[in-house]
Design a protein around this ligand. Structure first.
Ligand code: NAD
Length: 345
């Protein structure tokens, strides 16, 4: 069994912990927290061993009546791999600790690509990270773009990707973020950081990205144009190909999912944990070919699409299995294949 530690138990960390626990070949050693808040209580209720991320704050856990299993260093020492899901920048600070204990670590998309040995997306470059010490699972948007680009590049070749990313202002619990009533070009200049970030996975890809921020918390929305080198006869062929991919849900028209709100409602009705949507949600009707140009809209659930990717990255960094076997195992254990994304008839 692969022993996995989770350092940083917030939006991403708690989801990764649950997904790791569901895997037949993995065990959660424990999770590290800085303070005893509602998420610490949730971790205790789920039976995860809790480790203190900051030595001086240990008394606060005792005051809240929460038992600790040890310090974060002990968690790192006991783990085969650590998933670091700390806020942006802190993962880089933690790198020396992972090195000291010779434990490979997976950082998240908020970290600078220059800090790590390689960036990761399971569908695109699973084999590139075996044996590396520090790997970055790319951000929610870059994950969503990579999952789309990989099959298009393999089957049709790509001349250029042009993507406009309409980004949620913050996650539902991030009450301090905005905008509250505005639409912001973000950044105003080109490119947004997403294009260069996609190039950490596809170094030779021509890609331009523009970003906006809007007063929404549910999902991101991508407006995509891909100029193909060798397009098929129709957009339908591309639609079918994308529907056959893992982790891409091509939304059939009859489901009447007209936006991110309906998708989240659908996920909730389907009994998805935390109403998570792990797949790229691509509107089938939007998949259109005009000459060489492919157009489509996709929605990306920022809080959860990177979760199965983290699980695969654990196996990839240890050199366990191949990409397809890992992704199939991850998806089956998480229930990703069950109905939700396969209702395409
Ligand atoms: P978060 O703030 O929800 O969770 C981070 C957790 O780490 C919090 O519980 C915080 O208390 C804890 N923490 C802070 N300092 C710590 C330390 N020194 N040691 C251990 N724990 C510490 O953040 P998040 O949204 O889960 O983001 C984590 C990473 O994932 C970031 O790199 C982010 O860019 C990336 N990411 C976030 C999203 C998203 O939409 N939320 C999507 C993809 C990737």
């Amino acid at each position: 069994m692969i022993q996995v530690g989770i350092n940083g138990y917030g939006t991403i960390g708690k989801r990764v912990a649950d997904a790791v626990r569901q895997q037949p070949d993995m065990e959660v050693v424990g999770v590290a927290k800085t303070r005893p808040n509602f998420e610490a209580r949730g971790a205790v209720e789920k039976g995860y061993d809790l480790y203190a991320a900051i030595e001086e704050r240990k008394p606060r856990f005792a005051e809240a009546g929460i038992d600790l299993a040890g310090d974060v260093e002990e968690l790192v020492a006991a783990s085969d791999v650590v998933v670091d899901a700390c806020p942006s920048g802190i993962g880089a600070d933690n790198a020396a600790m992972y090195e000291e204990y010779d434990t490979p670590a997976l950082l998240q998309g908020g970290e600078d690509a220059a800090v790590v040995d390689a960036s990761f997306n399971a569908r695109s470059n699973y084999d590139a990270v075996e044996g590396l010490a520090l790997v970055r699972v790319v951000s929610c948007n870059t994950t969503g773009l990579s999952r789309l680009i990989a099959p298009l590049q393999e089957h049709y070749g790509i001349e250029k990707v042009r993507a406009t990313l309409v980004r949620r202002g913050g996650d539902p619990a991030q009450s301090g973020r905005g905008p509250i009533n505005d639409i912001l070009p973000n950044p105003v200049g080109l490119p947004s950081h997403h294009g260069p970030d996609v190039n950490t996975i596809f170094p030779d890809l021509a890609i331009d990205t523009l970003g906006l921020k809007v007063p929404a918390t549910l999902m991101h929305m991508h407006s995509i144009n891909v100029q193909l080198e060798d397009p098929p006869a129709s957009g339908e062929a591309i639609r079918d190909r994308l529907a056959g991919e893992r982790r891409t849900f091509v939304i059939p028209e009859w489901l009447d999912l007209d936006g991110a709100g309906a998708i989240k409602e659908y996920a909730q009705d389907a009994g998805r944990p935390r109403a998570d949507v792990w797949e790229n949600c691509i509107w089938g009707e939007s998949v259109t070919l005009e000459g060489d140009d492919l157009y489509l809209f996709q929605a990306i659930h920022q809080e959860s699409d990177v979760v199965p990717e983290n699980v695969d990255a654990i196996r990839a960094v240890l050199g366990e299995t191949d990409a397809e076997t890992s992704m199939a195992r991850t998806d089956e254990a998480m229930g990703l294949d069950e109905g939700f994304g396969t209702a395409t008839e």
